[in-house]
Design a protein around this ligand. Structure first.
Ligand code: ATP
Ligand code: ZN
Length: 296
């Protein structure tokens, strides 16, 4: 029986800061231990274990940690390893978190023609994601050789260790610098909250549910804005037609006039174009305010 939740997060690297920022926006405050291995929660019964991202699925599998914030690519690769070894993974994705976006892609030398890039049979493909690549090749009946490398995958073709690669890309700059081009996307990845397949069955269930509710509130608000403006009453229908994503707009009469003040939370992007359209339809004194928290 445990009454605190332990979450594994990346110690340093691409997901480290955004993961902490997300937790902070959920009202979580912490104190880091001197050895920088733990964060002790001060506002919620949650502690963080600071680790390498690759260790997170294993920490979930052996119960050292209850939840983890990790790339979908890492989580699915480990899940794929479990399946190849004949057992389903004891962990799964609970939520996509909207940061750390990248793709796991197949890339071939730039000078290859279209036909050559499609004929992968008999080729060697270097990757740090052998389970995901093997699965993808098997599904397509392609008999290529998977060469597992732990790093510097993108230089494998130049070193003669492989013909093509399967690696993470975000901007594509690394591929271009190595005279490679992406041909197929195996996986669209982002940071995810990972947790066990089986329920906790003790006090941790409630803490996890509270955290999830706050995650959902924060993530659901990412693009939301509070829009405030005034208009003549007769223009309200036309203005509302421009705000299909406005949630329960409030319309208040401006005392002693035929004008109204409106306020609405908009879920979609409030662009300059939209503001100009509203202005043309009779809105003025337009104010766009970021929404930090919302409890419906
Ligand atoms: P660690 O020391 O924790 O093992 P790492 O070097 O394996 O760190 P990072 O490079 O920080 O890990 O990447 C962590 C995660 O960030 C990746 O698993 C992936 O989900 C995501 N990511 C986003 N963009 C990229 C990118 N361009 N290249 C690699 N990973 C990316
Ligand atoms: Zn790593």
């Amino acid at each position: 029986m445990r009454d605190r939740l332990r979450i594994a997060v990346q110690k340093s690297g691409r997901l480290a800061e955004p993961a902490r920022a997300l937790l902070a926006s959920c009202g979580y405050a912490w104190r880091e231990t001197r050895d920088h291995l733990f964060c002790i929660g001060e506002t919620m019964p949650i502690d963080l274990l600071l680790v390498r991202d690759d260790d997170i699925p294993g920490l979930l599998a052996d119960g050292t940690c209850d939840l983890g914030i990790v790339g979908r690519n890492v989580l699915l690769e480990r899940a794929g390893e479990c399946v190849l070894a004949g057992a389903p993974a004891p962990f799964r994705e609970w939520r996509g978190l909207g940061f750390g976006a990248c793709k796991l892609a197949l890339a071939v030398p730039q000078q290859w023609g279209e036909a050559q890039a499609l004929a992968l049979d008999g080729l060697r493909i270097a990757t740090s994601y052998p389970a995901l690549l093997t699965q993808w090749l098997d599904e397509r009946g392609i008999a290529a050789e998977v060469v597992t490398l732990s790093g510097s995958v993108e230089i494998a073709p130049r070193l003669g260790k492989a013909d093509a690669i399967c690696d993470l890309v975000s901007s594509g700059a690394t591929l271009a610098a190595n005279q490679l081009r992406a041909t197929d996307v195996l996986l669209e990845s982002e940071a995810v909250l990972a947790g066990p397949v089986a329920p906790f069955g003790d006090a941790r269930a409630e803490i996890a549910a509270l955290l999830l509710r706050r995650f959902d509130a924060v993530l659901g608000l990412r693009d939301s804005k509070l829009l405030l403006f005034q208009a003549a009453s007769c223009n309200v229908p036309a203005l509302m037609a421009l705000l299909p994503d406005a949630e329960q707009p409030t319309v208040m009469r401006v005392d002693g006039t035929d004008r109204v003040a409106l306020q609405a939370v908009c879920r979609g992007a409030v662009t300059w174009q939209r503001l100009e359209d509203l202005k043309r339809a009779g809105a003025d004194a337009l104010l766009v305010v970021p929404v930090e928290r919302m409890l419906a």
